[in-house]
Design a protein. Structure first.
Lengths: 331, 55
């Protein structure tokens, strides 16, 4: 492990200012991913700016009916929050599907969004990885890529984003509130993450020194009927092979509106806009669900080791749509 | 784990997130052990032991 300086930010402006003077610095929140990287040598920052005590630890109702989640709200507290559980059940389910109790007690909302891929080559400093060392090559494309991307990947990188929480949030049109050297700005989560292209070292559109303050969830009445479903190699404490977040509103057998996102399939949590567009106004039938999901997955470019994810994603998504709408028919 | 149940924290195996109270079934105990205790499958008596303390 390399030596580094440690500073405890006095407030958010101070945190941003400290980072502005340290091109190789990094913010420390829950540390559940960063500390591993420090030990493994994946990252070698010269400054850690501790932001854990900043006053962004509240979940507030907004006047428009939405919810503001402070960046320091712990995953456990967010999952247990009654407003989240009742209004956005798929978000609570996504959080509870992630990591373990101990990790959720430490991990923060902002840090969860910014966690790095679990691609084994990214975490192994003895192997080439374009995300860790730009231009060094991708070991995964011809190596172990069973867990990696089927959508939106590039020659340079086929990593997947590991978050469960972010999959539900991207389906909910979450908005990230950021403080940077030039003041505050807001970034829709759907454009917060970037595809790898030829710059896989950049996971998000954040600039150096920008600090996440909060995540806003807009109101979405039909999110009360939503579900997060995660498929993984074991029933607990494992990353997703494929996951889906679905909210859907059906009336008189017709899909009025829906929000769909996939996890474990791309460099970003994957908002399934093509499937959503195909479903709006369509009959809520298995045939239509299958057709919509196929439209989304037509762009999939799997590799030999992860081709199983295409039918897996298809089946999990169709099944989740059926489960959510089947209950509707009975009521 | 028992404090989380007292506080009505749900888990990944809780069927109904809107429920006011958590019922500490064997599945709930196993899920809540995950990441805390290793080899829970091989040491079958841990689950009954937790259930006994919870009673």
């Amino acid at each position: 492990m390399n030596p580094f300086r440690y500073e405890r930010a006095s407030d958010a402006a101070n945190a941003v200012a400290l980072m502005g003077q340290a091109p190789n610095g990094v913010f420390l929140a829950g540390g559940t991913n960063l500390v591993d990287h420090l030990k493994l040598g994946v990252r070698q920052p010269d400054l850690l700016v501790d932001i854990t005590h900043l006053p962004y630890d509240r979940i507030e109702l907004l006047p428009d009916g939405g919810v503001r989640i402070g960046a320091m709200v712990r995953n456990s507290d967010l999952a247990a929050d009654r407003t989240i559980r009742l209004r956005y059940p798929m978000l609570a389910q996504a959080l509870l599907a992630g990591a373990s109790g101990q990790l959720r007690n430490l991990a923060t909302t902002g840090g969860n969004l910014l966690q790095r891929t679990r691609c084994v080559y990214f975490q192994d400093v003895s192997k080439p990885c374009n995300k860790r060392v730009p231009g060094s090559g991708c070991s995964a494309r011809d190596g172990y890529h069973r867990t990696l991307a089927i959508l939106g990947a590039s020659e340079a990188c086929i990593a997947t984003h590991p978050s469960d929480m972010a999959v539900a949030m991207i389906a909910l049109d979450a908005i990230v509130r950021v403080l940077g050297p030039n003041g505050e700005r807001t970034i829709p989560l759907v454009s917060f993450y970037r595809l790898p292209g030829d710059e896989p070292q950049r996971d998000t559109v954040l600039e150096h020194g920008e600090l996440i303050m909060a995540v806003d969830l807009p109101p979405l009445a039909f999110a009360t009927r939503s579900h997060y479903r995660k498929v993984r190699d074991r029933a607990s404490y494992a990353f997703a092979l494929v996951s889906v977040a679905v909210a859907i509103e059906v009336a008189d057998g017709i899909v009025r509106d829906t929000r769909i996102a996939l996890g474990g399939v791309a460099h970003t949590p994957w908002r399934a806009t093509k499937a959503e567009a195909a479903l709006r106004g369509a009959p809520a039938t298995e045939e239509m669900f299958s057709r919509a999901v196929d439209a989304e997955l037509a762009d999939a470019r799997p590799l030999p080791g992860n081709a199983f994810k295409v039918p897996l994603a298809r089946n999990v998504l169709v099944r989740t749509l059926l489960d959510l709408t089947g209950e509707e028919d009975q009521s | 784990m028992l404090r989380e149940v007292e506080a009505d924290w749900p888990s990944a195996v809780s069927a109904d997130l809107s429920a006011e109270h958590v019922t500490l079934s064997d599945d709930e105990i196993r899920e809540r052990m995950s990441g805390n205790l290793c080899r829970c499958a091989a040491y079958a008596n841990i689950v009954p032991a937790i259930a006994e303390v919870a009673r």
